[in-house]
Design a protein around this ligand. Structure first.
Ligand code: UDP
Length: 239
């Protein structure tokens, strides 16, 4: 494996990274294996920021559709759930010896610092994994859009979207065995073909700010490390 190509990487961890496939909540062993992947990357030298999702606990849109809870409140509940995941990831990384900070867009003063761009940069420059919680702090957004926004704000050179699949497919590989895995695809093609790997706002933000995205399977050991060395892994979304 070569050297790390990037100075600052933003890693988007969906809620599904915190539990076993098809399950909900937080699974300790899964969390430990994700934390090991993160540490693998840190050892290679780049500054690492992480945006965490919360699909393992609550997604506002689904919850409001299937309950009496209005969308605004459900989305705030989703954002609070990202703070729960962030704290779990922080404890796991620190148990493994990796210094971290959690910065949240929704203030929970007893648990974490507020998200302030300059403070996030300060932590990144100090070598601390900077876990960004609370989404954007606004309802009607996703943590994918938040990841694109924070990658832009923090001048990240790369956004890695960690998933449980191997990259971007032409169709759902579970339903269509003919679905093709792209090794590279443009922002425009993702938008035109309506590929549902990330929401359009996230893709557009990365395109407008020139941030490449790599979509990869985080559950395969060594994948993220390969990606940041420029080895072919997952799908690269770029110009
Ligand atoms: N959310 C929000 N604003 C944001 C980010 C997230 O309202 O800026 C809420 C929204 O309800 C979302 C939930 O937080 O469903 C969890 O985020 P997401 O669905 O993106 O998690 P993931 O799919 O990555 O696990």
């Amino acid at each position: 494996m070569g050297e790390c190509r990037y100075k600052r990487v933003l890693l988007k961890l969906s809620g599904e990274s915190f539990c076993e496939p098809g399950e909900f909540g937080i699974n300790g062993a899964t969390l430990e294996s994700i934390a090991e992947r993160v540490i693998e990357v840190c050892r290679m030298g780049p500054q690492v920021a992480i945006v965490v999702g919360a699909g393992n606990i609550l997604r506002g849109e689904t919850f409001s559709r299937t309950s009496h809870i209005p969308r605004n409140t459900a989305d705030y509940m989703g954002m609070l759930a990202t703070i729960i995941n962030a704290c779990a990831l922080q404890e796991t990384l620190e148990k493994m010896g990796q210094p971290t900070r959690v910065l949240s867009a929704i203030e929970v003063a007893a648990m974490c610092e507020p998200f302030i761009r300059r403070r996030a940069l300060h932590h990144l420059e100090g070598g601390r994994v900077t876990i960004l919680a609370g989404g954007t702090g606004n309802p009607f957004f996703t943590t994918d859009t938040c990841a694109a926004l924070r990658a832009s704000e923090l001048d990240a050179d790369l956004l890695i979207k960690a998933t449980k699949v191997d990259g971007v497919y032409s169709d759902d590989p579970k339903k269509n065995p003919q679905a093709r895995l792209f090794d590279r695809i443009s922002y425009a093609e993702v938008l035109q073909q309506g590929l549902r790997i990330m929401d359009h706002a996230a893709i557009s933000l990365c395109r407008d700010n020139g941030i490449p995205i790599i979509v990869l399977n985080i559950f395969r050991k060594g994948n993220i490390a390969k990606a940041i060395c420029g080895d072919p892994i997952g799908t690269v979304i770029g110009p």
